[in-house]
Design a protein around this ligand. Structure first.
Ligand code: FAD
Length: 443
């Protein structure tokens, strides 16, 4: 069997190694448009500030290393430009030499990811405006910082990447203004939880402008004009207002797309052509809680989907039940995390819900270093079904959200949270853990 994979990072590279583990003989060809495969996208903001000092640490695998270790045929600098479904071939263009050729497949796997959204504003083409998706993007930002020593920056977009970039720029000594069109940062959480994050941003010297978007960028990228009429001086602009699925290949090939452009797949991640699978940031998924189609560009789903696709190609059926959207971000001394649906999303969908808010300590108050956690759990009063949870605090936030995410996937309801027997000693928790406490308060 010959499997051709498009995209060599989270989903694509994982699929390739999974396939090799499951089948020693399969012919596996992977095309990656860029130079690098299997790099750590999630680490990029942290190398810009030097928190992750060694650039090499972000390059998890080399083409040669991975080919040798897994007996793969990985071709970088190779863009797949078309899919011919009738003939079962793909067209490839070598991005450096321009050489074009075709390659046949029995099974095709698409993991092309998503690209940063860039609104059609001429000034965003200025040389001091950057988006961040891959190693070359990171290198360009770092080079600009070193070459120009900017004293101020405007980060546009208060999502995960915007927040991480804002923090890392502050670490390099730059004055940062963060502009967000919504009235809050961190879209997936509710406003009162985001407010804690916003205080932390301000406490660390970031000027936060909420409920205002950009309309124009002028004077070679040195002036950012906002909808309110406000004009910001900018030596550096980071544009992080979200991503759009890389769906051109799929669309041109006539594969079905969802309303927001994500490639449509079934529970086994097959597209409308069963010989073609798709995964990762490029696909539309089902929201695990409310069953609606959605787009959730995160690394866990891409990895999980790669595993499922690898197995399906080898005859084992594991269904993908949808995405919960569990996510986490560090904002200076705080951690903010969420899983499942927010209150505002449920309200929009007209789903009735109940909420508990608690503010316990991360561990026993008499042991040094205990910090308050703001924990919110959203559930159905009738059935106890957990719709989602959000937490913000300095310590122990990741654990509580991960426990609740596990409870949701395990089918536990909010009242069952009382019964979770969790590890306790004073440096780690309390005899009644915050997660237990949420269960008690809910009942
Ligand atoms: P990608 O990993 O983006 O890989 C797609 C690859 O396909 C790209 O390298 C692209 O060049 C290639 N490609 C596209 N089209 C073609 C073509 N036609 N031919 C050949 N190659 C092609 N997620 C988290 O869960 N936690 C985090 O902390 C986190 N931090 C992030 C920080 C940053 C700065 C970024 C950019 C992303 C972060 N993410 C994080 C998101 C996570 O990286 C993605 O969800 C994940 O990489 C998606 O995997 P993918 O395989 O769908 O796409």
């Amino acid at each position: 069997k010959k499997v051709v994979i498009v995209g060599g990072v989270a989903g694509g590279a994982t699929t390739a190694t999974k396939l090799r583990r499951l089948d020693e003989k399969a012919e596996i060809v992977l095309f990656e448009r860029g130079e690098f495969i299997s790099f750590a996208n999630c680490g990029l903001p942290y190398h810009i500030s030097g928190v992750i000092e060694d650039r090499q640490k972000l390059l998890l695998q080399t083409v040669e290393g991975m080919n040798a270790r897994y007996n793969l045929d990985i071709r970088n600098f190779s863009e797949v430009t078309a899919i011919n479904r009738e003939e079962k071939t793909v067209s490839i263009k070598h991005v450096q030499t321009g050489e074009e050729y075709t390659e046949s497949y029995d099974v095709l796997v698409l993991s092309p990811g998503a690209k940063p959204i860039v609104p059609p504003i001429e000034g965003l083409k200025s040389t001091n405006v950057f988006t961040l998706r891959n190693i070359p993007d990171m290198d360009k930002i770092k080079e600009y910082l070193e070459g120009n020593q900017p004293k101020n920056a405007v980060v546009i977009g208060g999502g995960f990447i915007g927040l991480e970039m804002a923090e890392n720029l502050v670490h390099t000594g730059i004055n940062v203004t963060l502009v967000e069109k919504l009235p809050q940062v961190m879209g997936p959480v509710d406003p009162e939880m985001a407010a804690i994050v916003e205080d932390e941003l301000r406490r660390n010297g970031i000027e936060l402008i909420l409920g205002d978007g950009i309309t124009d960028v002028q004077d070679n990228g040195t002036k950012v004009v906002l909808e309110s009429g406000k004009v910001l001086e900018a030596e550096l602009i980071i544009l992080s207002i979200g991503v759009r699925p890389e769906n051109k290949l799929a669309a041109d090939a006539g594969l079905e797309l969802g309303e927001r452009g994500g490639i449509k797949v079934n529970e086994y991640l097959q597209t409308s052509d069963e010989a073609i699978y798709a995964m990762g940031d490029a696909i539309e998924v089902t929201d695990y809680i409310n069953g609606q189609p959605t787009m959730i560009p995160l690394a866990w789903p891409a990895n999980r989907q790669a595993h499922i696709v690898g197995h399906h190609i080898n005859g084992r059926k594991i269904a993908y039940p949808g995405t919960l959207g569990t996510s986490i971000v560090k904002v200076f001394e705080l951690t903010a995390a969420t899983t499942g649906n927010s209150e505002k999303l449920l309200r929009r969908l007209g789903i009735p819900y109940e909420v508990v808010h608690i503010h316990p300590l991360s561990h026993a108050g008499y042991y040094p270093g205990a910090e308050q956690i703001s924990l919110k759990v959203i559930f159905d009063k009738e059935t106890g079904k957990i719709f989602g949870a959000q937490a913000v605090g300095k310590d122990g936030v990741d654990k509580r959200i991960d426990v609740i995410a596990t409870a949701i996937k395990g089918g536990l309801n909010v009242y069952d949270l009382q019964e979770l027997e969790l590890a306790y000693a004073p440096p780690f928790s309390s005899a009644k853990d915050p997660v237990n406490m949420a269960g008690y308060v809910a009942s």
